[in-house]
Design a protein around this ligand. Structure first.
Ligand SMILES: *[C@@H]1O[C@H](CO)[C@@H](O)[C@H](O)[C@H]1NC(C)=O
Ligand SMILES: *[C@@H]1O[C@H](CO)[C@@H](O)[C@H](O)[C@H]1NC(C)=O
Ligand SMILES: *[C@@H]1O[C@H](CO)[C@@H](O)[C@H](O)[C@H]1NC(C)=O
Ligand SMILES: *[C@@H]1O[C@H](CO)[C@@H](O)[C@H](O)[C@H]1NC(C)=O
Ligand SMILES: *[C@@H]1O[C@H](CO)[C@@H](O)[C@H](O)[C@H]1NC(C)=O
Ligand SMILES: *[C@@H]1O[C@H](CO)[C@@H](O)[C@H](O)[C@H]1NC(C)=O
Ligand SMILES: *[C@@H]1O[C@H](CO)[C@@H](O)[C@H](O)[C@H]1NC(C)=O
Ligand SMILES: [Zn+2]
Length: 711
């Protein structure tokens, strides 16, 4: 295909012209034709630099598309993974940092500035401030507990954690859209995912726990008793390990099985009787205390959805083996651990070795990044407004909406190709795809000067400019109560589930809705100026991915209105499971060198793999249709690549990236996405159009005889 010499030539040419191009722009040429022309060169340069054209695309397409990028990038000391995708996130944080410097008259923006600035000042906060705040934790009992123990009531402690600190430990109790009726809310009780990641790094973890406990005790002037602290923290770790073991043994598929049966909706009273986790634990009391924090009265016949019953059965057994003191210390530890980043530098230093063992990183992120991330996560509308004003081109909304329409049409047309589905199920799938609602960019109200809605989101927050740590506690409580309060409210279908300044995309089964925040609507995913081949391979693939989530092993259990309802015929349902089995085996066969040869969990990543495979297929077909209607685009200058090839290369380049081995070993156990490399290989190996575009012979790595396909 491409020879090295022709590419070297192309590469140099590109750099040369690119620098001329920049000069032209600064001289003030604003002709849109020139802009488009410059974009072609700029894009060609980006694509060629990321590639390794000396490698054989049919053998290792990931290396071919990403080799150049991988060669030229070193993972930053503070990162556990570094990819084109991650770099977009880093760059977005730089934009947000710049926004903080500017003033804005919107009160909500002032709030977010407060939070940001108070954090930046974090290191100057007098030490007394945080130890005072630590004292205000419900019970900081890394000390002798025997006097309090008889009066220790588990229901009270867990509900305090839940409602005041938004920390749901041992029992996950929360308010969410009712799976059976997406218009209303209901209480859920579920397993808390245990911190299984720690299992591999026990020694570093234990040392981390012990140092923090000692530091806090010293700050609070407790008696020094190292042996007691060491023994106690060892017990806490054992307790946590046992909990993690049982919560992680409930495999994704088991939870999903529960999910698809309706037998698990109970009112509190029968639940009290039927679950083994009811000795010494009164569910009514627990739920009542949590909900009383938002003045909601709960009676014993309140309906509660329970997922993960086997976990609750095991929980009883584990709890009975440990004294109340250890459980209490466990609760406080988990709370303190989350807050380490918000405390003085010496606390962060205590976790350096632990982080090294867990993520392979040797440096913390610079503080301003943590600040920006925190404020963006917690005040997403205010920050979103700043971001959109600065960096989002208004007409993108319409163009993306148009792309969504095209990909959706292809999803529906493609149903006809599927032999494993009968007509009735196809009709239902079509109805569901048609009914998917979309949110693009940002909610309009955040940009309106006169709209109080934005300010109202924050009016109850009581932030103080020089009290960062206290502000984070205030924020935890406010977040917990915001979601608990919804129990008696109708679901607001128009509310945005995510901020605008986010490089990601979403599908919500309860809403049957796809969301593309402004943050992802940028190159390489999307640009008004870039070739449509690249837009379809980028954002087009993302759109297809999110739509397909509505039909993956989880999404398929919900109907077009977001209600959990089995709309499948027996025939189609059975064949769906067979089709997915192929993908489970395919991905399970990937053995990842970076993770010491561990195999990808085909079952754990199934939903994402189904979405990746559907997404690339739909986007490709939609692009081919676009060309039939609109005609061929110009070629990228200096690159001897067809548009079909560019489509696949841009798709792959979104996922160029590398992992630290420590993080690879952790993420292969916990990430529901396949490793970046296998996201690319897996979906392209299954797609004939890819092999055609690159003339791969049957039997090559990228064109295996056996192919898996669900959608
Ligand atoms: C471009 O690629 C085609 C086929 O892939 C090849 O025949 C042609 O020689 C290439 N042109 C150059 C200038 O490398
Ligand atoms: C601990 O003791 C020191 C010195 O006596 C005192 O300055 C400090 O305020 C005390 N800290 C707390 C949290 O009581
Ligand atoms: C984890 O659970 C399994 C059974 O579910 C049990 O056999 C094993 O001993 C447990 N391991 C630990 C460390 O508790
Ligand atoms: C749980 O607490 C409620 C309210 O205090 C009480 O009415 C009920 O009898 C208790 N249930 C059990 C099983 O102890
Ligand atoms: C501060 O604490 C909150 C709540 O535990 C946590 O989510 C957040 O990540 C911390 N902030 C920073 C900057 O680490
Ligand atoms: C579908 O399968 C279930 C159980 O597998 C069975 O009870 C039911 O009768 C079947 N329905 C039809 C229409 O075949
Ligand atoms: C690899 O795939 C084959 C079938 O294609 C399957 O039998 C085997 O179990 C898979 N290997 C793993 C580790 O899942
Ligand atoms: Zn996904």
């Amino acid at each position: 295909l491409l020879t090295w010499s022709s590419l070297v030539f192309g590469h140099q040419l590109l750099l040369l012209l690119l620098s001329i191009g920049v000069g032209v722009k600064t001289l003030g040429f604003h002709n849109p034709h020139h802009l488009k022309y410059l974009t072609l060169w700029w894009t060609a340069s980006r694509i060629i630099q990321n590639m390794d054209p000396t490698s054989e695309p049919c053998n290792d397409f990931y290396q071919y598309a990403c080799g150049g990028w991988l060669n030229r990038h070193v993972i930053p000391e503070s990162s556990s993974r570094y990819s084109i995708f991650d770099k977009l996130r880093d760059d977005l944080e730089i934009i947000l940092k710049g926004e903080e410097q500017k003033g804005l008259a919107v009160p909500a923006a002032t709030f977010s500035k407060f939070l940001l600035r108070s954090n930046i000042l974090g290191s100057k906060v007098p030490p007394s401030s945080y130890s005072y705040a630590l004292r205000s934790f419900p019970a900081l009992t890394f000390y002798e507990f025997k006097f309090l123990e008889p009066y220790w009531v588990m229901e009270e402690k867990l509900s305090m954690m839940n409602s005041q600190f938004n920390k749901r430990l041992l029992i996950d109790m929360f308010v969410w859209n009712d799976d059976r009726d997406s218009r209303s809310h209901i209480i859920y009780v579920s397993t808390t995912p245990g911190p299984s990641a720690q299992l591999g790094v026990r020694e570093a973890y234990l040392q981390f726990m012990i140092s923090i406990a000692k530091m806090i005790r010293a700050d609070l002037n407790f008696t020094k008793d190292d042996e007691f602290v060491e023994n106690e923290m060892l017990l806490v770790m054992k307790f946590e390990t046992e909990i993690a073991n049982v919560s992680n043994n409930i495999k994704a598929w088991e939870t999903k099985q529960l999910l698809s049966s309706n037998s698990n909706v109970l009112s509190i009273t029968p639940y009290q009787v039927s679950t083994p986790f009811s000795q010494n634990f009164n569910w009514t009391v627990f739920i009542q205390i949590v909900m009383s924090s938002v003045n909601i009265n709960i009676l014993e016949n309140e309906e509660v959805v329970v997922y993960g019953v086997p976990y609750l059965q095991n929980l009883q057994e584990i709890i009975s083996k440990y004294p109340a003191r250890t459980i209490q210390n466990y609760l406080v530890w988990r709370l303190v651990q989350d807050q380490i980043s918000n405390l003085s530098h010496r606390f962060k230093e205590a976790r350096v070795s632990y982080r090294k063992a867990l993520y392979g990183t040797s440096l913390e992120d610079v503080q301003w990044r943590e600040c920006v991330r925190y404020v963006n996560n917690n005040m997403e509308s205010a920050v979103g407004a700043l971001y959109v004003k600065q960096s989002f081109a208004g007409e993108s909304k319409r163009m993306v909406s148009d792309l969504i329409q095209k990909v959706r049409e292809v999803f529906i047309e493609t149903l006809n190709e599927l032999q494993w589905m009968d007509e009735l199920s196809k009709k239902r799938a079509q109805e569901k795809a048609t009914a998917i609602r979309e949110q693009i960019g940002y909610p309009d109200y955040i940009l309106e000067e006169q709209n109080k809605k934005l300010d109202d989101e924050y009016y109850q927050l009581n932030f103080k400019e020089d009290m960062f740590f206290e502000n984070t506690l205030e924020n935890l409580k406010s977040n917990a109560q915001k979601s608990l309060k919804k129990l008696r409210e109708k679901v607001d279908q128009d509310v945005w589930i995510i901020g605008a300044a986010v490089v990601n995309a979403f599908y919500s089964p309860n809403r049957n809705q796809i969301v593309f925040p402004a943050g992802i609507l940028q190159p390489p995913f999307f640009s008004k100026q870039q070739l449509q081949a690249l837009n379809f391979g980028g954002i087009g693939m993302v759109i297809g991915h999110e739509i397909t989530h509505g039909f993956d092993d989880n999404g398929r259990n919900f109907d077009k209105d977001g209600n959990m309802l089995d709309w499948w015929s027996n025939f189609s349902s059975q064949h769906f499971k067979e089709q997915t089995k192929c993908m489970v085996y395919q991905y399970s066969n990937y053995s990842w060198d970076l993770a010491g040869g561990q195999h990808v969990s085909g079952l754990g990543t199934l939903g994402e793999n189904i979405a990746d495979n559907g997404g690339i297929r739909q986007a490709y077909k939609a692009y081919i249709k676009w060309v039939e209607q609109e005609g061929q685009e110009p070629r990228l200058p200096g690159l001897n690549l067809t548009h079909e090839q560019l489509f696949f290369i841009n798709f792959a380049q979104v996922w160029c990236g590398s992992y630290r081995p420590e993080y690879a070993s952790q993420s292969i156990k916990t990430d529901v996405h396949s490793p970046l490399k296998y996201r690319v290989m897996g979906s392209l190996q299954n797609f004939e159009a890819f092999s055609e575009a690159f003339h791969c012979h049957t039997g090559t790595v990228m064109h295996p005889e056996e192919k898996c396909r669900v959608w």
